[in-house]
Design a protein around this ligand. Structure first.
Ligand code: FO1
Length: 329
């Protein structure tokens, strides 16, 4: 595939979850490794059986190394013998950790125990998977998204999503540890020198929210005189996957492109929305945003390539100053 990059360009891509990694698989085919830095949410992380599991980092690593499963997380063709045995021995086994996937968590735990920070552990593991792109966890410090539900009280996000299948009513969302946590120096430096920031089609509350909530990140994005563009994860006001509609309602927002834009309002220049949401374009433009209407559902690699290509062209064409024009692709 032809690359349409310019030599001095530095793109920072913020992501978390399956949608964000699908888009990334298109983005990496459009820019060279030394022009892209991927900043990943770590607030979905959780300890399972004494192992540090980092689903969003692993989703990126598995996607970029071509071994991701059809579900978008975990390893293709994985088996679950270890988990089955754990279950037989009387432990809860609702989080599907495959045997090959466990190798990642065991190695991460080993390196963390040796005293390496998460950023260095991630760098080493990504290198072992042959990944040339720079993948940065948002922080070395522990942050966890917790959801207050009507039925079960406060639960970890993975418990809400996987154990309870996003069924309980959401009353509140908190990022535990966020006040004490720091974005890594590498993340802050990458944002400072970015010529373009792309926010993936990830959940703005649970995937991108924790990155933005780290001290210093939002002010840096606000001060950046370069385009910041987001791809909406909603289609027709509904998430492709996950509980974003419920989460928006819990914070008093009607699920839709306007709600997505409102989470990024302090720094956003442009937004990519789906054809199904084209009626939102005018209201978004009235809010000072430039809008690209595109097909955002990524069923195939070609879909991801097209969406990433259209987003890149759109973002590159944006001036650093906000204006109110709207366009269609
Ligand atoms: N998602 C599920 O819906 N069910 C699972 O059992 C599950 C296991 C799992 C194991 C490792 C991993 O890296 C991801 C896993 N995920 C699972 C996905 C994960 O919960 C979510 O995609 C992200 O946390 C959302 O950002």
């Amino acid at each position: 595939m032809p690359r349409a990059d310019s030599a001095s360009e530095r793109i920072v891509y913020l992501t978390g979850g399956v949608g964000g990694s699908r888009f990334l698989s298109g983005l990496v085919r459009r820019v060279s490794p030394n022009q892209l830095c991927i900043v990943v949410n770590t607030a979905d992380d959780r300890d399972f059986f004494g192992l540090h599991v980092s689903p969003d980092l692993d989703t990126v690593v598995y996607r970029l190394s071509g071994v991701v499963s059809g579900e978008g997380w975990g390893v293709q063709g994985d088996t679950f013998f270890c988990l089955e045995q754990i279950s037989k021995l009387g432990e809860e086994a609702w989080f599907r950790l495959g045997d090959k996937d466990l190798a990642m968590h065991i190695l991460r735990a080993k390196l963390l125990r040796q005293g390496l920070p998460l950023r260095s552990v991630t760098e080493r593991l990504a290198k072992r998977f042959g990944i040339p792109w720079r993948i940065l966890p948002m922080s070395d410090d522990p942050v966890e998204t917790w959801i207050r539900t009507k039925e079960h009280g406060w639960v970890h996000f993975q418990e809400y999503l996987v154990k309870y299948l996003s069924v309980p009513s959401v009353l509140d969302v908190r990022y535990r540890g966020i006040r004490a946590a720091r974005a890594t120096q590498e993340v802050l430096e990458e944002l400072e020198r970015a010529s373009l920031v792309i926010i993936g089609p990830s959940n703005p509350i649970t995937s991108i929210g924790p990155i933005l909530a780290l001290r210093g990140v939002k002010p840096l994005l606000r001060a950046l005189n370069k385009p910041v563009v987001a791809v909406s994860p909603l289609i027709g006001g509904r998430p492709v996957k996950g509980p974003l509609d419920k989460l928006f309602l819990s914070v008093g927002l009607e699920p839709g492109s306007l709600a997505v834009a409102s989470r990024y309002r302090a720094f956003l220049r442009g937004i990519v929305i789906d054809q199904a949401d084209r009626s939102d374009a005018e209201a978004l433009a009235k809010n000072g945003l430039q809008v690209l209407v595109a097909d955002t559902l990524m069923r195939t690699q070609e879909d991801a390539d097209l969406l990433a290509g259209a987003t890149l062209s759109f973002a590159r064409g944006l001036s650093a100053l906000p204006n109110c024009s709207s366009k269609t692709a």
